[in-house]
Design a binder for this molecule. Structure first.
Ligand code: FES
Ligand code: FES
Length: 135
């Protein structure tokens, strides 16, 4: 199966590979696995405690090219967003941006799950409740 140019670009030059200090209260860690293929993705964010803006994001993915590209893109997209804005990132946005074929859609779901897990971890650490609806 042919990968799209954007997948290849992220695969060949993954952005933000690495790790952040898990023990810091400013860091949220999401570790998720795909039951479909056994691939594993870890995504971490560092959040400014005052503004709740995600200032740094890192990932490490043990998986296929689409999973690596999805997580690379996810780290780019969450940076500069508040945690609640980042929760608005949908796997369908990733599918569209990377032109993923149907058999690779679960790779993008993995990235969305990883974002949610990382934000959930950060919120739990910082006793931040779920988003309140703004009237
Ligand atoms: Fe998971 Fe592609 S099946 S690596
Ligand atoms: Fe399973 Fe990509 S994450 S094939």
């Amino acid at each position: 199966m042919a990968y799209s140019d954007k997948v290849l670009d992220h695969y060949n030059n993954p952005r933000n590979v690495g790790a952040l200090d898990k023990s810091s209260d400013e860091v949220g860690t999401g570790l998720v696995g795909a039951p479909e293929c056994g691939d594993v993705m870890r995504l971490q964010i560092r959040v400014n405690p005052e503004t709740q803006v995600i200032e740094e994001a890192k990932f490490r993915t043990f998986g296929c090219g689409s999973a690596i590209a999805s997580s690379s893109l996810a780290t780019e997209w969450v940076k500069g967003k508040t945690v609640d804005e980042a929760l608005g990132i949908k796997n369908t946005d990733i599918v569209k941006e990377l032109a993923l074929p149907p058999v690779k859609i679960h790779c993008s779901v993995l990235a969305e799950d990883a974002i949610r897990a990382a934000i959930g971890d950060w919120k739990k650490k910082n006793h931040v409740s779920e988003a309140v609806e703004v009237a």
